[in-house]
Design a protein around this ligand. Structure first.
Ligand code: ADP
Ligand code: ZN
Length: 519
């Protein structure tokens, strides 16, 4: 639109829109309800800032991050735009100034912390102010089941109704189909927004997964080879972030830990050091990240499996925002699966929600155990088709061989069945391989029919097979009995021989090959 380009140039100092940006800006400027899913770095802020200036009235921006809001207000003011913020970080003067500008009707953009929506008087204030657009940043925070849920985001719907169906534009970098539906329902109510979805691919990110073997060694080897580069290492527990940071420092790598249990000052200091210093590695829980705006993070390593593909995508997405090559690596193992399933089961969510969470975990595990190009699997999850090879994932570099694992899996399932679903992987492998340990003989498992029928594979190969059985959700850990594997209903057709299974060979699968050669 012709009147938009001069604003883009004169106020923001840009010659052209980024790919995908122009269409969104135009739709918002036309007054349409918009839900835009744009990857990190696409320039989402401009998609509401520019229309705010092109339109009459006030644009209210809801954003979960006070620091980011303050940065944006500062930048807008420097560019000569009347912008202000109401957050808990305001000084009294700042607040007074905002109120005065609202009264005078001169303010164009008002940034509002979501907590503010719960404050008495906010609604009245905004009704008087003549709001023409509500822009919702990080709109996935409205998703009650997502990883960044903000209860106050649920009040945006009330505000929309109170302001008599004011226009809404919502933005996020991460939303699978379910989350998109949830955002639409909660923010737009009965109205249907125009949805924009733009390329999720981040070609400069190398994607890789590795089964945990000696996880500490794997992690240290990775970090050592990248000494001097900035990185984030995500770990599953607070304690582990501290232990890992310590281990890295012992290797001469400058490293910090970060988690939500730290004092606010210590957290802020860690964030600032990471922002400023070169070559610093932060070992963190997922508490670290939403506010991180460092363009040159060269790697993101997951020391433990993330929660879902969405969480994974969001977390690896923090690397390489400058567009230069950056690496990602995710370590995963049976313990991750067990812990995550237990978390889901022990949570307070209703049963259908738990089932959905298990399904999301299954999607992530399918990515972890993908047979070909990870980028293809990842993008397919977000509804994009991608023609492999991408040339920038571990599977494109070194495509794993697959093998028909139907018989092996049947033997394993039937061993679980015959030992009454009471044992862990180690014991089951002993039975399959016919090893008479004390535990095996004491339980009389040297007399079950599957004893010793799995000698064609060694221990490591069986571990690979069991891991993939868990990833396929054929078996799950029994929450009542530590490490014991139970059969799921979907194992039945495999057990009966009605379904064939193809699994990946890890590097350990040599013997299968030898057997495959006819003698
Ligand atoms: P997102 O929220 O989508 O990750 P931001 O809104 O923070 O992205 O924008 C990312 C960067 O891109 C910012 O530094 C912004 O100034 C810049 N940017 C946005 N739009 C343009 C454009 N049309 N041309 C050049 N740079 C842009
Ligand atoms: Zn690939």
């Amino acid at each position: 639109m012709s009147e938009l380009s001069p604003i883009l140039r004169d106020v923001f100092g840009f010659d052209a829109f980024r790919p995908g940006q122009g269409e969104v800006v135009e739709a918002v400027a036309r007054g349409e309800d918009v839900l835009a899913i744009l990857p990190t770095g696409a320039g989402k802020s401009l998609c509401y800032q520019l229309p705010a200036l092109a339109r009459e009235g006030l644009t209210v921006v809801i954003s979960p991050l006070i620091a980011l809001m303050r940065d944006q207000v500062r930048a807008l003011r420097t560019a000569g735009v009347a912008a202000g913020a109401l957050t808990s970080a305001n000084t009294e003067e700042e607040t007074e100034e905002v109120f005065a500008a609202l009264d005078a009707g001169t303010l164009k953009l008002l940034y509002l912390a979501p907590e503010r929506l719960a404050t008495a008087g906010t609604e009245r204030l905004l009704r008087r102010a003549g709001v023409s657009l509500i822009a919702v940043d990080e709109a996935h925070c409205v998703s009650q089941w997502g990883h960044d849920f903000r209860p106050d985001y649920l009040r945006i719907g009330e505000l929309r109704d109170a302001l008599r169906d004011v226009q809404i534009a919502a933005f996020t970098a991460t939303a699978d189909a379910d989350t998109r539906d949830e955002i639409a329902a909660r923010l737009f109510g009965t109205r249907t927004p125009t949805v924009f979805v733009q390329g999720f691919d981040r070609p400069n990110l190398t994607l890789a997964f590795q089964p945990k073997n000696k996880p500490r060694d794997q992690l240290l080897a990775f970090a050592r080879a990248r000494k001097g580069r900035s990185g984030i290492i995500y770990a599953g527990s607070r304690n582990k972030t501290e232990v890992l940071a310590q281990a890295l420092r012992a290797e001469g790598i400058s490293a910090l830990h970060y988690h939500a249990g730290m004092e606010p000052d210590a957290r802020r200091e860690a964030e600032q050091r990471f922002q400023i210093e070169d070559g610093l590695v932060v070992c963190a829980t997922i508490a670290f990240g939403m506010g991180v705006d460092k363009p040159d993070i060269r790697y993101v390593l997951h020391a433990d499996l993330p929660k879902s593909i969405e969480a994974y995508y969001q977390e690896i997405g923090r690397a390489g925002r400058d567009g230069d090559p950056a690496e990602t690596l995710t370590l995963f193992g049976p313990d991750d699966i067990r812990i995550r399933r237990a978390q889901i089961e022990e949570g307070l969510a209703p049963p259908d929600r738990k089932q959905a969470d298990h399904a999301r975990l299954n999607d992530l595990l399918a990515l972890a155990e993908a047979p070909e190009c990870r980028r293809k699997t990842l993008l397919a999850y977000f509804g994009e088709t991608f023609e492999p090879p991408c040339g920038n994932c571990d599977l494109c570099h070194d495509t794993p061989e697959q093998f028909d694992a139907t018989e092996a899996v049947r033997k394993a399932l039937s061993t679980i069945y015959r030992t009454e679903e009471r044992y862990g992987v180690g014991h089951l492998i002993d039975v399959l391989r016919g090893v008479k340990t004390a535990k095996v003989t004491a339980a009389g498992h040297d007399r079950v029919t599957t004893f010793g029928i799995g000698q064609e594979y060694d221990k490591g190969q069986w571990q690979t097979i069991f891991r993939q059985m868990m990833a396929l959700d054929l078996v799950r850990h029994d929450p009542e009995r530590y490490n014991a594997l139970r059969l799921l209903a979907r194992a039945r057709p495999v057990l009966r021989g009605e379904e064939r299974l193809t699994l990946r060979k890890d590097s350990v699968q040599r013997r299968v090959e030898r057997r495959a050669v006819p003698v």
